[in-house]
Design a protein around this ligand. Sequence first.
Ligand code: ZN
Length: 190
Amino acid sequence: MVPLFNVKNQHLKTNFIKFKSNMQPLKYLAGYSSDIQDQVQSLIDQDKLGQFLLKRHPEIHAIRTDKALYDYTIDIKNQYLRKSQPLSKVIFDDKISLSHQALGLHSYVARKQGAKLKAKNEIRISSRLKKVPEGLLRMVVVHELAHLKEKDHNKSFYQLCCHMDGDYHQLEFELRLLLTLIDAGKNPYS
Ligand SMILES: [Zn+2]
């Protein structure tokens, strides 16, 4: 009789699991503890992560144009950062990827003008944020506005983010959860 399981098979199985998890790392959640990553993975495995997000944020925002995004951003800026440098432009940009670093966003665009490099205050928001809940868009807008005052991701940068939105860290976590689901082909908002 052939045993169903032997040491050799066990070894293969372990390698397979390892291989599989290497193929699908929680790349947006790499900065969080392994405890949190395990909990998220378990919600994904049970197909419950989408429900979790829908409960927290039932709907997507209604900001459809660059003009509406500009107005939305200026409203927040006027409320919290009235005295900081003016913003020349706020747009959705197809070319901005959300997959790297601090969600891969850019506030400062260096423009060559004559011999001088002049920094121009533009906020470009990834087009991937066109169909997400308002809170998740707001978190990214707040992040970019904070860069008008603080270029680095230091303590005062995050204090400023939390001043503009007390839920900043939770919203960033939830945006990362949504991006994880989108990459897995399980966008709860599509
Ligand atoms: Zn940043």
